[in-house]
Design a protein around this ligand. Sequence first.
Ligand code: GLC
Length: 539
Amino acid sequence: MKNDQNLRWWQRGVIYQIYPRSFKDTTGNGIGDLAGIIEKLDYLNDGTPASLGIDAIWLSPIYPSPMADFGYDVADYCAIHPLFGDLATFDRLITEAHRRGIKIILDYVPNHTSDQHPWFIESRRSLDNPKRDWYIWRDPGPEGGPPNNWGSAFGGPAWTWDETTGQYYLHQFLKEQPELNWRNPEVRAAMMDVLRFWLERGVDGFRMDVVGLLIKDAELRDNPPNPDADPNLPPNDIFGRQLHVYNQDQDEVHEIIRDFRQLLDEYGNRCGIGELWFELPRWIRYYGENNDGLHLPFNFRLMALPWQAQAIHRSVDELEAALPAFAWPNYVLGNHDSPRLASRLGGQAQARVAAMMLLTLRGTPTLYYGDELGLENGVIPPEKIQDPLGINLGAERTRDVGRTPMQWDASPNAGFSRAKPWLPVSNDYAMRNVAAQSADPTSILNLYRRLLWYRRGSPALYGGSYHSLDSNDDCFVYLRVAGDERRLIALNFADDQRQVSIPGENAGQIVISTSLDRQESISPSGFELRPHEGVIVEL
Ligand code: GLC
């Protein structure tokens, strides 16, 4: 075990993702802003256990953007969208966050720009424009039509025909998100300068959007069909019907990742996080062969699994076994691209067990705003859907359900805004909000606070080793150990009570239950967990 001194902030700390549009609006336009985030910093961490107690904030994109994909279509990488504020407000956010010991992580969107980015406006002007090769332009395929068979993740083909110059350009998301050509050295240099710009401003790290897509097959070969594709996919879901062999995860991408890492190392104590969905053996390569890759390739593996103790136990053990010694684990259970955690797991009790698990596994947890209140999927009437994924590929896939406004109190619009919010506030806001849950000693918010502050004081939890234990099929039980400090975590995934025994142990003390109503000694013969209850036991 490394001792505390050797742990970096991004190893020891907890990351909290803010979707800025939905966090807190101070201007009265129904859209959240940077001043709102500053206003709520004390909620996130004021140095006392009355606050949530997170260590870093990751902000989804705040740059100028036409908002075709709500900021993931960037029109200027080195400025702030006026909806959110300006650079002066951003600097104030950095100062105010740092004053509280909170790090700031920005979203870096390197794979594509907006079609309104000056680079693309130039590039599409003429075949011999100096920026032509900054994007991926191709003649039609041999039979006419797109250059290859790739699909866009947002529906339809990944190629759009451009009348002016008579070529297609590549976009694996919206046609408003043309893909940069990372094989071009000028693109690489310009995009490295973007990182420098923010590093100089004091940013502590980056979450790199679809970073495994930066390099595509040099010959842009056709992807093979996916034999296991769901036969009921909508006709325009070309992407969903293919195996993604040539459009992503090409070996040459690691060169670029190493450059990112080198730059972060030059500045020191900064963190590189990547959005990577690949299978374990491919995914793990993004840590680099020799600690020269990303610090934290996001681990989404638990999000894809059913809420089932043994499936999760296996996934965690697999990860622990596969990681090289230098690589630090991390876990994500919710984000702006997924349904709400509480809805996905089927209830509030399950969401509490998930919170305990996320905050006690070995590695860096990333929380998604509102999950600390147990927010459930928003109900978005079809005509109010904003997300292009929901509009193009079916209402049931809209990501809006997980992007509804933060629920601060029981006042109109949940205290999020004076104006009508850009997405409807969930119906449960009068009951489920920060103010109400702060006043309720056993609320899920107070569980999150308790877990976060307990973790902060526990070397076993933030830095210790992990050992899973055998138990009945419905429980996931593990030990975290640092020196003499030993903590047992026992999580019951079942609708019924379950008995847990702790072989070889003398006795212990339950210090936190997910219901926040239980602190008791337990005997060597074991103890009972109520349905969907988790506990931390001091041994
Ligand atoms: C990532 C983002 C998602 C966005 C997409 C295109 O997956 O998380 O929100 O739509 O990239 O940038």
